[in-house]
Design a binder for this molecule. Structure first.
Ligand code: FAD
Length: 270
């Protein structure tokens, strides 16, 4: 069950240009969270901004009672969060959303992360490794100094592949272009393999196409703009492919933010 509470900031580390990892103390959220869930954060006391801002739970330690968010400064809310000091408190609701679904047959996880979409994966990879699932991480960013998590994944995962759009680190091109040549081989393991992806919409569309074309079980975590975060405001509908009239939509806050690629479309039917 999600809780709403004032969470104390333990640390705020700048890890790249406009990129921050903020650690909050809260035993119940830390203990209750599952990989792929998120928290909805009041970025300041009072207004504006009116709405809370959603962030994936990036890592947590249930024993020590903390969880972290990783974010990029894009507007008012994230700018306020970037200024947080240890000891300050912010109202947070969480854990929210469904989280990643992990098959008990899973033996090999393929993580595809684009830019800030890397955020939910440190937590997921920690859980998978504890379950002795082998993990391959495909990490992409626009440029080298927007890559985050390489050291962490090098420690946790079995293999890490890096791409940058400008070629400043690793494979020169998109993360899905780096992954695609490996998919025919991976498709032969399809009983025991799952792809997990989070990133910008064009990347998620490309992952959906690949997952469908190679018939690989694939889950995407979407970052649709949302309001309340728990299904009341109806502000985050996702098109449902089973419904051509565009009415039986899914809500990304409660039905997601993680969806099977056969469960949603990224665009509304025309
Ligand atoms: C479930 C979920 C998990 C998320 N996890 C993370 C995370 O772990 N790390 C992270 O950095 N971000 C994450 N996001 C996105 C994050 O919530 C937004 O970046 C944040 O709300 C921006 O707030 P702001 O007040 O700084 O920007 P605003 O002032 O609200 O907006 C600044 C600009 O960014 C655009 N924008 C804002 N939110 C979004 C969005 N969700 N998608 C596309 N464009 C947007 C606005 O249109 C505007 O142009 C997540 C979103 C969702 C729904």
């Amino acid at each position: 069950m999600p809780v709403i509470d004032a969470c104390e900031v333990i640390q705020n580390e700048q890890v790249g240009p406009g990129l921050h990892v903020v650690r909050f103390r809260h035993e119940t959220i830390a203990a209750g969270a599952r990989p792929g869930q998120f928290v909805n954060v009041r970025t300041r006391e009072g207004f504006p901004p009116l709405l809370r801002k959603p962030f994936s739970i990036c890592r947590r330690d249930a024993n020590e009672g903390w969880f972290e968010i990783f974010f990029k400064v894009v507007g008012t809310g994230t700018r306020l969060l970037a200024e947080l000091q240890p000891g300050e408190r912010r109202s947070i609701i969480g854990p929210l959303g469904n989280g990643f679904g992990l098959s008990h047959r899973l033996q090999h996880a393929i993580i595809v992360a684009g830019g800030i979409g890397v955020a939910p994966f440190p937590f997921l990879v920690e859980v998978l490794r504890r379950q002795e699932v082998s993990v391959s991480v495909y990490l992409g960013a626009r440029t080298r100094n927007e890559l985050w998590g390489m050291d962490l994944f090098a420690e946790l995962a079995d293999e890490v592949f890096i791409s940058t759009d400008d070629g400043s680190e690793g494979f020169h091109g998109r993360v899905t272009e780096m992954l695609q040549p490996r998919l025919p081989e991976l498709a032969s393991e399809s009983e025991s393999i799952q792809i997990f992806a989070c990133g910008p919409e064009p990347m998620l569309k490309a992952v959906m196409q690949l997952g469908r074309a190679f018939n690989l079980p694939t889950q995407i975590s979407v970052e649709t703009m949302m309001g309340c975060g728990f299904g009341i405001c109806m502000g985050c509908p996702m098109p449902n492919p089973a419904d051509r009239a565009g009415q039986a939509y899914k809500l990304s806050c409660i039905d997601g933010p993680v969806f099977d690629i056969h469960e949603v479309e990224m665009e509304w039917p025309h």
